[in-house]
Write a protein that binds this ligand. Structure first.
Ligand code: GLC
Length: 413
C-alpha cells in the first residue's frame, strides 16, 4: 500500500543527490584495497576447502547466511592462491569506494593504501579523477607510481540461498579469507592536511596488533581539521582488537556497519544484541552513544537506517539512503555499476515488502504512525531515519554491496 509513497520518494531523491554529488570536490579514502578472487561455492569446492583451518567458520557463515572474514596464514594463503576463481575484482572498502566515487564528477578521489602496487592499480577506474601519493607524498595519477610487488589477494566465497552439500543456506552472502593489514609509519603530513571534504577510513578489521591504529591516529587528527570523517566497520574475529578499533572510532563524525558488525559492537558494550528491526534500532542507538558519533549508519537486507544528531538534516539523510539503495540494487542485479546513469535503473527493482513491514514495526515501536511512510522520527537530540530498500531476489554477488551503500549514504548526506 505504501509502495507508491516510497516509489515517489525514490524518484525525487535523484535530482537533489545528483546536484549534491556534483558539488563534491575532494575525497580521501584509506586504507584497504586488495584484489578479490571470487568463487561461487559449489559442493565440490566444499570438499576442497575441508582441510583449511577456517572450514568450521565457513560452514557456520553459510548455515547462518552471515558474512564473515578471517585472516589466513601464509601457508593457507598459498593454498588458496593455487585454486581456480570465477573472477577477480577490486576489493577492500577504500578500493571499492574509490571506483564508485570516481563515477561522479568529483574533482579528486585520493586513495592512500599500504597495499597499493602496480598490479593493484590495474583495478582502479580509468576515469582520471583517482589519485594516489607518490614517494614524496604528492598526489598523482596511479599510473605515475610504479610499485612492483605481489598485490594482496583476498579469497571470496560467495554462497547462494538454497542448499550446498545437504546444508540449508538461508540467504546469499559471502565468506572472506584475507591477508593482514599493515600500515607504515610515513611522514606525508601534506597528504593529510589537504582540503578534503569527506574522509572514509577502513581496513582495521584485518590488523594483528594496535600499531596501525596508533599510526592512523595522527592521520585522523590532521584530516579532521577539514574533513568529515567516517569509519566503515567490517567483520572481525579478534574480540580484543575489535574493542580497540571501537575506541579508535570514538568521536568520528560517522560510522557505518551491517547487522553482523552492529551485533559485535553492541556486545562490546556488554549488552545483548537483538536482530528484529526494533533491536537493530536500539543497537544502533547504543553504538552511536558509545562511540559518540554524530551519525551511525546500518545497512541490512530490506532496510537502511541512520541515527543522526539533530544538527544533520533528516530529509537529506533520507535522500542519501534512497539514492544508495538505487545503486545497490543495480550493483546486485548486474554485478557492477559503470556509470552514474545506471544507478537510476534501480527504480526497476521493486521496493522490498519485508523492508516496508520492518518500517511499520519500527513505527509501531516508536509510537509514530507516520513513520512507515516518512521514515523519519524525532527522538530527543536525534532523528532516526529509515527506508525500505529495493531488494534483488538473486544478486549476482554480495561482496562490495555494503561499501556502495555506506559510501553513497555518507557522502550523500
Ligand atoms: C573487506 C574485505 C575485502 C572486500 C570488502 C568488501 O574489506 O577484506 O576483500 O572486498 O570487505 O566489502
Amino acid at each position: 500500500m505504501h509502495a507508491a509513497t516510497w516509489n515517489h520518494l525514490y524518484k525525487t531523491c535523484i535530482p537533489s543527490q545528483v546536484r549534491h554529488f556534483s558539488s563534491v570536490q575532494s575525497l580521501f579514502l584509506g586504507y584497504n584495497m586488495d584484489i578479490d578472487c571470487i568463487k561461487y561455492v559449489k559442493e565440490k569446492d566444499m570438499k576442497m576447502l575441508e582441510k583449511t583451518s577456517f572450514f568450521p567458520l565457513l560452514k557456520e557463515s553459510m548455515a547462518r547466511g552471515k558474512a564473515a572474514e578471517v585472516i589466513v596464514t601464509e601457508k593457507e594463503y598459498e593454498f588458496l592462491a593455487g585454486l581456480h576463481y570465477d573472477e577477480k575484482a577490486m576489493g577492500g572498502q577504500a578500493g571499492i569506494m574509490a571506483n564508485l566515487f570516481a563515477l561522479f564528477p568529483v574533482r579528486e578521489v585520493v586513495v592512500y593504501s599500504p597495499a597499493f602496487c602496480t598490479e593493484q592499480a590495474k583495478f582502479l577506474s580509468k576515469s582520471g579523477n583517482i589519485f594516489v601519493p607518490d614517494s614524496e607524498c604528492n598526489v598523482v595519477p596511479p599510473s605515475d607510481v610504479a610499485v612492483e610487488r605481489r598485490p594482496d589477494y583476498h579469497f571470496i566465497f560467495e554462497f547462494k540461498k538454497g542448499t550446498v552439500g545437504g546444508m540449508a543456506i538461508p540467504r546469499d552472502n559471502r565468506f572472506i579469507a584475507s591477508t593482514p593489514m599493515r600500515l607504515q609509519q610515513e611522514e606525508c603530513t601534506p597528504l593529510f592536511t589537504r582540503a578534503y571534504e569527506y574522509a572514509v577510513l577502513s581496513g582495521f578489521h584485518l590488523i594483528e596488533d594496535e600499531t596501525p591504529l596508533a599510526i592512523s591516529r595522527r592521520h585522523v587528527d590532521l584530516l579532521r581539521k577539514r574533513a568529515r570523517i567516517h569509519y566503515e566497520a567490517a567483520s572481525m574475529q579478534n574480540d580484543a582488537l575489535r574493542g580497540k578499533v571501537a575506541d579508535f572510532m570514538r568521536g568520528f563524525d560517522s560510522v557505518g556497519m551491517n547487522e553482523g558488525e552492529l551485533t559485535s559492537l553492541v556486545e562490546l558494550s556488554g549488552e545483548q544484541a537483538k536482530t528484529a528491526v526494533t533491536g537493530l534500532y536500539e543497537g544502533l542507538k547504543t553504538v552511536k552513544e558509545r562511540l559518540r558519533v554524530r551519525r551511525a549508519h546500518l545497512h541490512h537486507l530490506g532496510v537502511y537506517m541512520n541515527v543522526i544528531d539533530k544538527t544533520l538534516d533528516p530529509l537529506q539523510s533520507r535522500d542519501s539512503l534512497l539514492f544508495a539503495a538505487l545503486f545497490a540494487a543495480v550493483k546486485a542485479k548486474r554485478g557492477s555499476i559503470t556509470q552514474v546513469g545506471d544507478g537510476y535503473s534501480g527504480l526497476d527493482v521493486p521496493v522490498s515488502p519485508s523492508g516496508m513491514k520492518m518500517l511499520s514495526e519500527l513505527g509501531a515501536y516508536l509510537g509514530d504512525d507516520a513513520f512507515e511512510t516518512t521514515g523519519i522520527h524525532e527522538e530527543g537530540d536525534t532523528y532516526v531515519v529509515a527506508i525500505p530498500t529495493r531488494v534483488v531476489a538473486d544478486p549476482v554477488k554480495t561482496v562490495g554491496l555494503g561499501d556502495t551503500i555506506t559510501g553513497l549514504a555518507f557522502v550523500g548526506e
